[in-house]
Design a protein around this ligand. Structure first.
Ligand code: B3K
Ligand code: ZN
Length: 849
């Protein structure tokens, strides 16, 4: 029975579980529709917990047998689990249940994907496997026996025995149930090995379906690089004899850090130059690193309860971004992260779904694996590091690992290691975890008698449940340039703690030009009336790459805003300043590619809304097209020549050097296509020997409306490759003219390969529709209606993916009355569905609140 009654769980209600687990034994007798799961658990009373009835979670399980100390019992079952009387001391619990992995379309618990058994237990999927205290603070060592005919049978830890029809695994490290994993099927491995810093040899494997062996080399290289990096930078060594990664086609998210057995969405691990873009390679490198880094930040030290999710996720995102910065370019990584933060976290923090980095209540925890918990959670750690300095950060982390290894911890534990190593009082800083919403920071300045003063004011608008906000601790990185463009004050971190605060720089001979919030040193909205000539000055001279990019982006936003609201022509002074950077061959091509990308339409909608203007998606699309057209025309004299400098004359390599050139070349091709109608794009398409060039060219052809033949030939070439076909589905919806987007998405849902129960394919079409800003927001509301139809349909099979997709409606209140009413109607239509899942119920309720 499915429980849909909305029960709210509160952080303040936390109580420890009444027992600890000395040992956990599991036996699986695999069968697609009737798998038997036998458990034997040794419980001991927990002296630190209050008295409580014995309760084990369990959902959608068919109980076969239950016993305590060998005597059969009849527990009291409910939709959430069971209760029964237990002895006052230690006892052994045994149970046998039956589950049907083949019928599990929610992809949570034990399920099947292409005939292969796999699991996803985080956050609360283990309770769909057997009765258990399914909470992260209950940690146990697992011994697992898998019985079945599948040639490969994997679980956590080290293999201990195997033979005809069985395999046994033992994980010596105590872990919560959410880190349990089992995989069984007809798989082949791409092997590797790693010798740890203490000289221990670890066996590495990437397990895939036969036929995918050729797409594992990059994943393996990334894994080895991650293992070496975590030793070098954080002193963290791997702690088992074996590390397995499995690629699965049907998966709700990117990947999962199960101890010693990471399960990956195949899109997050499989790569080859012919089938994957540079962006895919970079994403795979980052996700492999992220999941591997969880071995320490998440697994060895886990969360006390799900409210503490950012303890492992914020920290692990922060660690994986440090890794990517080290493997590639720190400046380019930072700019990319801020683009992503503004595109995904800011709308969340500024709309009805706003919640603190550490939420205080939830109905369905899966709805809180958000950009706020992950990305803002990582920003908070970046600020902490900036405030205490690199050495203190390293010391605090050493203490964290030493003090908390093997424990289930809280944000209080995390902050305490910083307080204890630095002596700093972090009481106010802790507001970053509790207060939701994006702070606004405004600044004015004055110069008198050689003293330059910056006056800052901060305030955070109200968010759901939090009408009044307190000042936050803001590290504001500032540098000063003199009028010649030389840096006279290098980056200095100002620590703002008050609602208004002034900072003085003395002994200056001339009024300086400030570069404020360098490196985006705090996740805030900076409001400053900077004159355009000063922005162009920073665009030309700032030594901080982020602020150089930001100056241009600001000019771009101002330009588009004026085009939309006043009908002005594109800002040619900005375009000329930008041209100098783009053509500066001393600069990293990846950086120049970022500079070349104008603000997105969604970003502009956010910007206009912040200025109190209702965004009109059609006008934004028109302005964005006019701007790109102006860029192409104004730069027509050199676009082709510069593109020629981006050619790569060497075997494909996904590293920063080549991919930066291809990114710049791709951005230039998109402008050139406006001049030549797609001739250069067609030539690139025909000659392409890697997916970056092929897909980039196809995107240009779709944009130019010259796509029919290329789309057909692409589909013919790649029809057997699911991951490439996902790109084919997504690209044509995302890149097509907005007036055709809904019809194209609708037509694709009737395509024989539209396997809507596969989350990657569903997201390919509907994620792309949401990205086509003016297309999704088509005035007649057909985009909203189409998506709502499909969300209703998918919810019956897969609530988690459906609930995640609901967030594309999170900005609905920004738009005009017509569009607002149409979105509201669709949300209410979803909300009214009988039998709607708990996941989606919570999302639409919050969206409508
Ligand atoms: N920890 C998992 C996410 C689990 C999501 C559950 N709905 C992947 C990660 O963050 O590494
Ligand atoms: Zn994670």
């Amino acid at each position: 029975m499915k429980d849909t009654s909305p029960q709210t769980i509160y952080l303040s209600d936390y109580t420890a579980f009444g027992w600890t687990i000395a040992e956990m034994h599991l036996t699986f007798r695999l069968s697609p529709s009737a798998t038997r799961v036998l458990s034997r658990i040794r419980f001991e009373p927990n002296p630190d917990a209050p008295q409580q009835p014995f309760f084990l979670h369990g959902e959608e399980l068919k109980p076969i047998r239950a016993a305590i100390d060998g005597t059969e019992i009849t527990p009291e079952y409910s939709a959430q689990g069971l209760t029964c009387a237990v002895p006052s001391g230690a006892f052994t619990w045994e149970a046998e249940v039956e589950i049907a992995p083949a019928e599990n379309t929610a992809l949570e618990g034990l399920y099947m994907s292409n005939g292969m058994y796999c699991t996803q237990c985080e956050a609360e999927g283990f309770r769909k496997i057997t009765f258990y205290p399914d909470r992260p603070d209950v940690m146990a060592t697992f011994t697992v026996r898998i019985e079945g005919d599948e040639p490969v049978k994997l679980s956590n830890g080290n293999p201990t025995a195997s033979g005809e029809g069985f395999a046994e695994w033992h994980d010596p490290w105590p872990k919560p149930a959410y880190l349990f994993a089992l995989v069984a099927g007809d798989l082949v491995n791409h092997p590797g090995s790693f010798t740890t810093m203490s000289g221990k040899e670890v066996e590495l494997n990437i397990w895939v379906r036969p036929g995918d062996e050729g797409k594992c080399a990059w994943g393996m290289e990334s894994l080895i690089a991650s293992m070496a990096w975590d030793e070098k930078v954080y002193g963290r060594e791997y702690d088992l004899d074996i590390f397995n990664i499995v690629a699965v086609d049907d998966f709700n998210m990117g990947a999962m850090e199960n101890k010693g057995l990471n399960v990956f969405n195949s899109s997050a691990v499989l790569a080859s130059p012919e089938t994957s873009t540079d962006a895919n390679f970079e994403r795979i490198e980052a996700i492999i690193a992220h999941e591997y880094f969880h071995n320490w930040t998440g697994n060895r030290i886990t969360c006390r309860d799900w409210f503490q999710l950012c303890l492992k996720e914020g920290l692990t995102v922060f660690r994986d971004s440090q890794f990517t910065s080290d493997m590639r370019s720190p400046e380019v990584k930072r700019i990319g992260d801020v683009i992503d933060l503004r595109a995904r976290q800011f709308p969340e923090d500024q709309g009805p779904l706003s919640h603190p980095v550490r939420p205080e209540s939830f109905q369905e925890i899966n709805n809180f694996y958000t950009a706020t918990v992950y990305e803002k959670g990582a920003e908070v750690i970046g600020m902490l590091k900036r405030l205490v300095g690199d050495d203190a950060y390293a010391k605090a982390l050493d203490l964290y690992f030493e003090r908390h290894d093997g424990q289930a911890c809280t944000i209080e534990d995390w902050l305490a290691v910083f307080q204890d190593t630095t002596g700093r009082d972090l009481t106010q800083f802790k507001r970053w975890y509790a207060q939701s919403g994006t702070p606004h920071l405004s600044v004015s300045e004055s110069f008198e008698n050689g003293t330059y003063t910056l006056d800052f004011t901060q305030s955070t608008p109200p968010t759901p449940g939090q009408p009044d906000k307190l000042p936050q601790v803001l590290p504001i990185a500032v540098g000063l340039l003199n009028p010649n463009g030389d840096e006279i004050v290098p980056t200095t971190v100002l620590e703002m703690t008050e609602a208004t605060q002034s900072f003085r720089f003395e002994g200056l001979s001339a009024r300086p030009v400030p570069s404020i919030l360098r490196g985006f040193s705090a996740p805030v909205v900076l409001d400053r009336d900077t004159p355009p000539e000063e922005k162009r000055f920073l665009l030309a001279h700032d030594t901080d790459a982020f602020n150089r990019w930001e100056a241009s982006r600001d000019l771009g936003r101002a330009c588009l805003s004026a085009m939309v609201t006043q009908g002005t022509a594109p800002d040619t002074a900005w375009l000329d300043a930008l041209e100098r950077v783009i053509r500066d061959e001393a600069l990293d091509p990846a950086f120049r590619a970022l500079m070349l990308a104008p603000p997105t339409q969604a970003e502009m909608a956010q910007q206009l809304h912040a200025q109190g203007i209702t965004p009109d998606p059609d006008a934004l699309y028109a302005a964005s097209e006019a701007l790109r057209e102006a860029m192409a025309q104004r730069w027509s004299g050199w676009l082709a020549d510069l593109r020629a400098t981006c050619a790569v004359d060497a075997p494909y390599d996904p590293g920063a050097a080549q991919s930066g050139k291809r990114a710049l070349g791709g951005a230039l091709l998109s402008l050139l296509t406006r001049l030549d109608g797609g001739a250069a794009a067609q030539a690139q398409y025909d000659a392409a020997d890697n997916m970056t060039l092929q897909l980039g060219a196809l995107g240009c052809l779709v944009q130019a409306g010259a796509d029919t033949a290329a789309l057909a030939s692409f589909a013919k070439q790649w029809q057997g490759d699911r991951l490439v076909m996902d790109k084919w589905f997504a690209l044509q919806v995302a890149a097509i003219a907005p007036d055709a987007a809904v019809a194209r998405a609708e037509a694709l849902t009737r395509h024989p390969d539209f396997d809507w129960k596969n989350p990657n394919r569903f997201r390919a079409v509907f994620g792309a529709l949401a990205m086509n800003h003016a297309g999704f927001h088509t005035k007649d509301g057909s985009g909203y209606a189409l998506l709502a139809d499909w969300l209703i349909k998918l919810d019956e099979k897969n609530p988690q993916t459906t609930a995640r997709m609901c967030s594309v409606f999170q900005t609905w209140k920004r738009y005009d009355a017509d569009r607002r009413a149409q979105m509201q109607t669709q949300l209410e239509r979803i909300a009214a569905r009988p039998g709607l899942s708990r996941d989606v119920t919570e999302m639409v309720t919050r969206l409508l609140s």
